[in-house]
Design a protein around this ligand. Structure first.
Ligand code: NAG
Ligand code: NAG
Ligand code: NAG
Ligand code: NAG
Ligand code: NAG
Length: 439
């Protein structure tokens, strides 16, 4: 507990103006059980040999094992439901590039069959699982292990550790894992998304540790100097500008943090697709863009595109104003995204050969979501742009998501502090040069 208390204290010093301190009038404010700073990686998206945008990934440390903990970085992903890390026995380059779990260094790991029973001593083969991750795939075997959110000894019962079924990857595809810095993924999807509830990290933690607040909270920072954070066992009130507004999860049996959309309003236009009230929005910490059904992305792009006057040589389109994109949720909650969050930073210069004129255009960055996937034809994804503007809290017990405008700490407060997080592949500072197309 000592290490955990120290870390929390350090975070507290690092990020809170004194006036909003933890101790107020002699009472200790209850807070999350653990708050983990997140590393960030930029991965360039290249088209025609030019960088057109960046994908981002956020990940933090977890610690697996009891006597000798092994540390990994994982994406805390509300869009999946299992924990996997590379196994030391995995020969794939995507495994050897990352930290690998040494099964033989752990005396707490128990090998399991797919049904959760310990593997028999005389067994000659092991059950394997395949999990698809977007463009990639992980194959692995099962163990039961203790997983902690902060490092340190297990002498007293700890609220930030839980026993869990873990997948040790024996194969990982190069795409997409080779390019990423993180070692594995820790799924935070609802239990029904998992093969078995015992795979669900937060489900296990909530159940076994008697958490008073069965929620986790997610904060994305606008400045790379300030770490993004995930909190478990409560949300971090210091990062909230307003009270949370709660929206019930729609069809929790599907396992997604999915909300019902009353409507989607793009630049004042209500999308006909959602008029029957059967569109959904999925809060997904593992997606770096806003996702929209492929059928409407073109219309949305058209409505959100802006002509930039005076043809500047360079511009960061996130600073150029534009119309609003509104996700109207149940319970009277609107998630409103402005140009600063939905824009692609890089502008597009349209050169007209006939008239010999050019026009600079700022566009939205949208991820087309294909029909026929598990999600259905009317699913939007609230990825990073929405989760940066809004702090989100995920209430496991009551199956609801809370939204509140987030407070961005002042980056200057972090200047003299030893960084708690790493940034990988940051793009050069300054506005990006527009791409050019001929018409
Ligand atoms: C543990 O396993 C790794 C490969 O999985 C092997 O290289 C290493 O020698 C083993 N260590 C011990 C102490 O058995
Ligand atoms: C393994 O041992 C169990 C009893 O401990 C026995 O029932 C089973 O048939 C054995 N399996 C094999 C493959 O030898
Ligand atoms: C949400 O946005 C819609 C469309 O702009 C508007 O009609 C509605 O009143 C808003 N609701 C709230 C609670 O602000
Ligand atoms: C544009 O016009 C120039 C001459 O003005 C010509 O060399 C070039 O091939 C044209 N490009 C396209 C894409 O039409
Ligand atoms: C087109 O405009 C550019 C600058 O605006 C000029 O340098 C170029 O000569 C023009 N080309 C034609 C074919 O008029």
């Amino acid at each position: 507990m000592a290490i955990f208390a120290f870390m929390f204290f350090k975070l507290f010093i690092a990020s809170v103006p004194l006036a909003q301190g933890l101790v107020r009038e002699g009472t200790v404010q209850a807070g999350p059980v653990a708050t983990i700073p997140l590393d960030k990686q930029y991965v360039p998206v290249i088209r025609n040999e030019k960088i057109v945008s960046y994908k981002t990934a956020y990940f933090g440390k977890i610690h697996i094992g009891v006597a000798r903990q092994q540390t990994f970085t994982v994406v805390f992903d509300t869009g999946s439901a299992h924990l996997f890390v590379p196994s030391a026995t995995c020969p794939s380059p995507a495994c050897t590039r990352h930290r690998q779990f040494y099964r033989n260094m752990s005396d707490s790991a128990i090998d399991l069959d797919h049904d959760g029973n310990p593997v028999k001593k005389n067994a000659t083969r092991r059950d394997q699982v395949n999990i698809a991750f977007g463009t990639g795939e992980v194959t692995g075997e099962f163990v039961r292990e203790t997983v902690c959110l902060t490092p340190g000894a297990m002498e007293t019962p700890r609220k930030d550790c839980t026993e869990l079924r873990v997948i040790l990857a024996s194969e990982m595809t190069k795409e997409p894992f080779m390019t990423f810095e993180f070692d594995g993924v820790l799924g935070l999807g609802l239990a029904s998304l998992a093969v078995d509830p015992e795979f669900s990290f937060f489900g296990q933690m909530s159940k076994m540790n008697g958490l008073t607040e069965q929620t986790f909270g997610y904060f994305l920072s606008r400045s790379d100097k300030v770490p993004s954070e995930i909190s478990f066992g409560g949300h971090d009130k210091r990062r909230l500008a307003s009270d949370l507004q709660w929206v019930p999860v729609h069809k929790p049996e599907l396992g997604y943090w999915q909300l019902k959309l009353v409507g989607v309003i793009v630049a004042g236009e209500r999308l006909p697709l959602c008029e029957e009230g059967d569109c959904v929005a999925i809060a997904d910490t593992g997606t770096s863009l806003l996702g929209a059904p492929r059928a409407v992305t073109q219309r949305m792009h058209w409505l959100l595109a802006r002509k930039v006057p005076e043809n500047p040589a360079e511009i960061d389109c996130r600073t150029f104003p534009g119309p609003e994109l509104i996700f109207e949720l149940e319970a009277g909650v609107n998630v409103t995204i402005g140009a600063e969050d939905y824009s692609r930073a890089t502008g597009m210069r349209v050169l007209n050969n006939k008239t010999n004129t050019s026009q600079l255009i700022c566009r939205a960055s949208l991820l087309p979501v294909d029909d026929g996937e598990v999600l259905g034809p009317k699913a939007f994804i609230l990825g990073e742009p929405a989760l940066r503007k809004y702090y989100t809290a995920y209430d496991w017990k009551r199956q609801r998501i809370g939204f509140g405008l987030s407070i961005q700490p002042n980056p200057e407060e972090y200047e003299d502090i030893e960084p708690q997080h790493s940034i990988y592949g940051a793009p050069p500072s300054g506005p990006p040069v527009p791409t050019e197309v001929m018409v």
